[in-house]
Design a protein around this ligand. Structure first.
Ligand SMILES: [Zn+2]
Length: 232
C-alpha cells in the first residue's frame, strides 16, 4: 500500500472511530436517561404540588367556615336566650350575625370552588401520571434493544480500533507523527486531489506534486498542508 493509501485509510478509520464513539455514547445516554420521561415525571411532580396546595387551601377554608358557623350558632343562642334586653346591644348582635351570615355564604362559595379546583388538579395528576407511566413502560420495553444497540456499536468500535492499530503499524514513524499532527490540528489529515485541485482548499497542485503523490510519495498541499491523495 502506498503512503497516501495508508494515511487515507487511517483518516477514514479515525473518522469512523470518532463517529462510532459518539454513537456509543448516544446509545448509552438513551439507555440511561430518557428526557421525555424526565419531563413527564417533572410535570407530574409539579401537578402534585398544585394538588397538595389546593387540598391545603380547601382545608383552610373549611376550617374557617366551621369557625364562622360556630360563631353564628353562638350568636343565635345569645340572641334568643332572652338575656339581652338592651336594644342597642341587640342591634349590634344582629349586625354581627348578618356579617357572619354573609361571610358564611362567601366561604361556602369558596369551599365549593376550592373543591372543584382540587378535583381538577387530582384529575390532571392522574392523567399525567398515567402518561408518565406509559412512557416509562415503553422505555423499559425498549431497553433490551437499546442495550443491544450499544453493545453492537461497542463491538464495532473494538474492531475499528484493532484495524487502526494494524494500519498504523504499517506506516513509518515519520508519516505517523505527521498524520497525527495534521489530524489533531485540522480534523482530517488527507485531501483528495481531483483534476489537479486540492479538494479541501481548492488550490491548484503543481503537476509534479500530483505525479509524486500518485506514485505513492508523501506530498503535502502547500496551502492546507494536508497529505495529498491522488485517486486512480
Ligand atoms: Zn489543500
Amino acid at each position: 500500500m502506498s503512503i497516501p493509501d495508508q494515511v487515507l485509510r487511517l483518516d477514514q478509520l479515525d473518522t469512523e472511530i470518532e463517529q462510532t464513539e459518539s454513537a456509543v455514547s448516544g446509545a448509552r445516554r438513551r439507555r440511561l436517561r430518557n428526557p421525555e420521561l424526565d419531563a413527564a415525571e417533572a410535570r407530574v411532580a409539579r401537578l402534585r404540588e398544585n394538588e397538595r396546595a389546593a387540598a391545603l387551601q380547601l382545608r383552610r377554608l373549611e376550617s374557617e367556615l366551621t369557625d364562622v358557623e360556630a360563631k353564628i350558632k353562638h350568636g343565635n343562642t345569645r340572641m334568643y336566650s332572652g338575656q339581652i334586653v338592651d336594644p342597642r346591644e341587640l342591634g349590634s348582635l344582629e349586625r354581627e350575625l348578618a356579617n357572619y351570615a354573609s361571610k358564611r355564604d362567601e366561604l361556602e362559595q369558596q369551599v365549593l370552588e376550592a373543591m372543584e379546583q382540587a378535583e381538577a388538579f387530582a384529575e390532571e395528576v392522574a392523567a399525567s401520571d398515567a402518561g408518565a407511566r406509559e412512557t416509562r413502560t415503553r422505555w423499559e420495553a425498549e431497553r433490551p434493544s437499546l442495550e443491544r444497540q450499544e453493545s453492537e456499536l461497542a463491538q464495532r468500535l473494538t474492531l475499528l480500533k484493532a484495524e487502526r492499530e494494524g494500519a498504523l503499524a504499517g506506516v513509518s514513524p515519520q508519516t505517523a507523527s505527521m498524520y497525527a499532527r495534521l489530524r489533531a490540528n485540522s480534523g482530517h489529515a488527507v485531501s483528495v486531489v481531483r483534476n489537479g485541485v486540492c479538494q479541501w482548499c481548492r488550490v491548484n497542485i503543481p503537476q509534479k506534486d500530483v505525479q509524486h503523490a500518485r506514485a505513492g510519495a508523501l506530498v503535502s498541499c502547500s496551502n492546507c498542508e494536508r497529505i495529498l491523495y491522488v485517486g486512480s
